[in-house]
Write a protein that binds this ligand. Structure first.
Ligand code: BEZ
Ligand code: FE
Length: 292
């Protein structure tokens, strides 16, 4: 008697057998996504040929990653960030027409209820750090100013920490603010020169980076979310091109178009005109929003 083994699991047909078992799924998108993942994971396992101990260590790594997650800490997103997956999902979902400003990762340090402030306000509430003036225009793709753009900005301080990482040390809402453009599309605010900082690296993702010979740092940047009626909202950064980590961002968020020169202004007339009492950094950067 011949024993039919059609449909039984073998090393050769492994992914096909699993996919066939999912055939009755009601959600076709879920079924196809799971089957694609299974196909790629099985191919990786066949290429790597892990020992039982190595596979168990992988499972324990994922377990530690889950245990690290709570309302404040999302270690799985960090894992996605350092593997470049967050930036890949961002790129797929934010294909922009030529001339429009590009997007990058949101990161974990945005807060939804930052105060709305008059244009030009100093968002540095503790007076620490090197003063900075950030200004530019919000434009459409034809170069016209966009009236009423909501600009939500946040940054790390000159020691590389966000206010939410240093509760009780930095004032609440330090280095954050929401601004709204007028008909000229112009925005400006005062801030301090941000510094590079490590992504949270005291968990399994930090340990993995160490084992891979990678550092956890992100180059100095400002975060922005720009929203205007009739335009796609834009989550992005501007980066300091002279930062030591500009070519090795731990989460791959840097794009050439997101650089803005951080110019040190020492000319007394320019200092007086900008209303500072000493040298300051000037960042000038226009954003271009795309229509949906
Ligand atoms: C951030 O820029 O705030 C950030 C982005 C990804 C991971 C950690 C921090
Ligand atoms: Fe950041």
């Amino acid at each position: 008697m011949t024993i039919q083994n059609d449909g039984y699991f073998t090393e050769e047909n492994s992914a096909d057998v699993v996919a066939a078992r999912n055939a009755d799924a009601k959600d076709a998108r879920l079924r196809d996504s799971v089957n694609i993942l299974v196909r790629h994971i099985h191919a990786a396992i066949k290429e790597i040929e892990p020992t039982q101990e190595e596979w168990f260590e992988t499972v324990m790594f994922l377990t530690r990653t889950g245990h690290m997650c709570d309302d404040w800490r999302q270690e799985f997103i960090l894992l996605s960030d350092v593997m470049g997956v967050s930036m890949l999902v961002d790129a797929i979902n934010n294909r922009k027409p030529s001339g429009a400003s590009e997007s990058t990762v949101l990161g974990p340090f945005h807060v939804a209820d930052a105060p709305e402030l008059p244009m030009g306000t100093n968002i540095c509430l503790d007076g620490k750090g090197e003063p900075m003036l950030v200004r530019g225009r919000i434009l459409d793709i034809d170069g016209n100013p966009i009236d009423g753009t909501k600009i939500d900005v946040w940054q790390a301080n000159d020691e590389g920490f966000y206010d939410v990482q240093q509760k009780g040390i930095q004032p609440d809402f330090n280095l954050r603010g929401v601004f709204r453009t007028g008909a000229d599309g112009v925005y400006s605010f005062r801030a301090v020169k941000p510094k590079f900082y490590p992504i949270p690296d005291d968990g399994p993702v930090g340990q993995l980076l160490g084992k891979l010979g990678r550092h956890p740092y992100r180059p100095a940047h400002f975060h922005y979310i720009l929203e205007a009626d009739g335009f796609e909202s834009l989550t992005t950064h501007i980066f300091d091109p002279d930062d030591p980590y500009i070519h090795s961002d731990s989460v791959f968020g840097v794009k050439a178009s997101l650089m803005a020169k951080f110019d040190l202004i020492e000319d007394p007339a320019a200092i007086a005109e900008a209303g500072f009492d000493g040298p300051f950094y000037l960042v000038e950067h226009d954003f271009v929003l795309a229509r949906p």
